[in-house]
Design a protein around this ligand. Sequence first.
Ligand code: GLA
Ligand code: ZN
Length: 656
Amino acid sequence: MRIGVDYYPEQWDKSMWQKDAELMARTGVKVVRMGEFSWARIESEDGRFDFSWLDEVISIFAKHMIKVVLGLPTNCPPLWLYEKYPQIIRTGMDGNKVQLGIRSHRCLNSPIFRAYAKRMADAMVSHFTMNLTVIAWQIDNELRANMCACDVCRNRFREWLVEKYDDLNGINEAFGNVVWGGEYSSISQIQPPSDYPDAWQNPSLCLEWYRFTSFSTADFANDMMCVVKKHCPKIPVTTNAGFTEYTPDFYKLFDMLDFVSYNNYPPVKIYDYADYYYSHAFHLDLMRGLKEQHFWVMEQLSGITGGWTPMSSGLKAGMLMGYSLQAIIHGADTVMHFRWRTALKGAEQFNHGILDHSNIPNRRFFEFSELCKKAEQISVLDNTVILSDIAILYSPESEKALEFQPQTENFSYINQLKAFHSAFTRFGANVDVVAPDTDLTRYKIVVAPSLFIINKKETENIYRYVINGGTLVLTTRSGVKDSNNNCIMEALPTVYKELIGAEVYEYNPIGNDVCAIKDFADNEFICSQWCDNMKLTTAKAYAEYVSDEYYSMPAITLNKYCNGFAYYIGTICRSDFYESFASNLMRQTRIPKLKDLPKGVEVTTRTNGEEEYICFFNNSEKKASISLPKAMYSIMSLTGKEKLELNPFEVEVVRK
Ligand code: GLA
Ligand code: ZN
C-alpha cells in the first residue's frame, strides 16, 4: 500500500524542490502527483513547449525514489488560448459565456480546444515516454459533465438526438413535446435545458442532456487517453472523480480508463446518526464498484478545508491517518494526500495541506509520517480482495432523474442507498455498490433502491437474478419512468409488478409527516416521506401500516418468485428499521453477522485465497472495544489479541 502527496512545483521557488523531496522521502512518500494545472507553464506561447522545469523536478524525485503521476493539464488552458479563440470558452445554461478568472472554463466539445489539448498532450506524453519515474497519467481534474450551451454543443446535441430518435417526430414523441406547445418543427429549435429550475423543464430533455453531457466528458477523456496510449500503451491512465454539482455518469467516464481514482474529502464533523457514520465507507465502496476493481485516492483530506467556504474545524487527532487507512481497507491501493503544503497564494490559501503555510512540521505532519509507516505495515493486504455477499445497485440515471423531479420533501435517492449500506455495515458485512447491469449471480442479497428509470437490460438482469435464487429488495419509486423519463400508464412498480407479486394501489407523498408500520413480528417502526399502499397478488405482507388512514394495509411485501425472493419496501423508514430488516435478510441468506459492534466501527474482510484479514476502523470520537471470537494475530501490533481497543479513528488489521 502506497502513500503519496499532491504537489505543485510551479507554486514554489525551485530552491524548495530538493528540500521537499528529501523530506518526503524521509517521511515515506512513495509517489507525487503534479502538473494538472500547469498548461500555461508548459506552453507559454502557442506551440512553444517547455518541459525543462518538469524534467528538473521529476529528476529530483527520481533521485529520492519517488514516483510521479503527471496530470494532463487540460483543466486550465493558458489565457492566450482563450484570448485567441474565445469560442472555446464554455457557455453557461443562461446562454452567456462564463467569465474567465477561476478554472475549468473550457468546453470539452470545442474542436479548437480539443486540437490544442491533444497537441499539448502529445508533446507532453512523448516527452516523458522514456521517463520511468512517471508511472501513471491523470486526465484533467475532477471532470464534470460538460454543461456547455455553446454552438458546437447545441449542434452536437441536436445530432445526438436525431441519431437516437431518427427524426423530429421521434424526438417530439419521446419528449412529449406536445405539452406546452414545445413541438420542434425544425432542428434549430432544439435547445439544451435552460437556466430555469430543473423541475419546471421537460424531464425527458433534462435526462437526455445529462446523457449527452456525460458522454461528452467521457468522449474527451477517452480521446486524451488515446494520446497517452499512442506513446505508452502500457502506462495506466485515470482521471480523479469528485462528487460535484455536475457529476457525470461515472460508469461511463471510467469505462475505457484503466483505473478509478477518487478525491476523498470526508467531512471533519462527526454527526450522531447512523447514516452519517458509514457515509464515507459508502462512497469508497461506490468507487470500488465503478470498475469492480481496486482504485486510488488521488486527493485525500489532510487539513482544514476552506477554499470556497468558511473554514471547517480542524482534523481531530487520528483523523488524517484513520481516513486514509479507511480508504485503503475499502480498496484504495494508493492514497495521495492533498496537498503536501498549504498554498501561500491563489484562491485556495485556506484549503490546508499536510504542512501549514509556515512549513514547520506540525501535528498533522507527524501523523502523516506515522501513516506512511502503517501503510507499509499493512502490505499483507496488497494482494487481497474484498469479496461481498451483498450488493447495492447504484443507478446514476435514476439519481439524476429524481433530482430533476424531487418526489417529496427530504426524499433523497442516495440516502436510501446509504441507509441500506449503513444497516449491513452495522453487522460487519462487506458491501459492494455496483451498477444495475452487472453480473449479480455472486451475491446473496441485492438491494436496488428506487430504480426510477427503467432500462430493459437492467430489468432483465434483476429478474434473472431472482429467478436463479437471489434475494432482492426493491423500494418505492421503482419502475416509475420509461427510458425517456416519461411516466407509464400502468400500476406501479410497472415492470417489477410480477416480480414482487404486488402492485401499488395508491401512493401518498407524505413528506415530513410521519406514519408507522408494524412488521410480521409486531415490531413497530416510524416511516415518513412516502407511503405506497400495496395490493397483493402473490406476495405476502412483511409489514403493514398501523397509522389510522392506512391501517392494516401492506407497506412492505415479500414474494417468492421462481427460486428466489423479492421484497418491496413501499415507504421510507429510519435506521432502526433498516437494521432490523438487514438482520432478518442476513439470517435468511445465512450471511454471518458480527453482533454488538460499537457504533461507528466498520469491518472489512479481505482475502488472498488462503488467508483472511479482518480490518476494523473506528469512525467515532469514542474509544471502542471489540471482543474477537478467538485470539487473532494483529498486523498492527505484531501480537495475538483477543480484544481490540480502538482509539477514535484507529484502524486495526488482524489475521483470522
Ligand atoms: C478538489 C480539486 C483540487 C482542490 C481541492 C480542494 O478536489 O480537485 O484541485 O481544489 O478540491 O479541496
Ligand atoms: Zn460547448
